[in-house]
Design a protein around this ligand. Sequence first.
Ligand code: ADP
Ligand code: MG
Length: 177
Amino acid sequence: MIIAVTGTPGVGKTTVSKLLSEKLGYGYVGIKEFALEKGIGEMVGEELEIDTEELAEAMSREFQGRNVVIDGHLSHFVPADVVVVLRANPKLVAERLKERGYSREKLAENVEAELVDVILVQALEENENVLEIDTTGKAPDEVVEEILTLLKSGTKKRVGVVDWSDVYDEVLPYLRL
Ligand SMILES: Nc1ncnc2c1ncn2[C@@H]1O[C@H](COP(=O)(O)OP(=O)(O)O)[C@@H](O)[C@H]1O
Ligand SMILES: [Mg+2]
């Protein structure tokens, strides 16, 4: 089974993906590392720009029929059995990305994306099977347990678990207005 773990930068994808892959005994694949290894994508300034079609093809070829957890904010473009969309309070995203040294512009872009469900909407356009998880206030192992419970119960789709409109005021200072 191929499990794609996606979400806005800073929501906890890498932490959760590694733990989830350990619990399931699956392989762990980071998209950026995979792309660099396969020569997919181009460096634009300091960022690796990845063509999602090329990524999807290369990953399908490599992982079809294998058990892997694919970690990255582009993972929902990869054909997967299920896409897990991690969500976190945009304020939390802002704090984590600030700590990571993101520029004001990049920080705003990502806080806005989390606020208005950008990745969730993309994931729903790409895949029938989408599990959305609110990680806010949960430890990584609790998030993993929630994913495992949904998978075990055979839940194919579970979305609409967050609404960040009530925290809009709190993240206003981070936005590009
Ligand atoms: N469920 C969680 N609860 C609390 N902190 C978390 C959780 N998941 C991740 N973190 C922390 O948030 C930060 C960003 O997590 P990371 O996995 O690197 O996110 P991403 O891969 O989505 O950018 C890390 O410092 C990590 O320890
Ligand atoms: Mg990561």
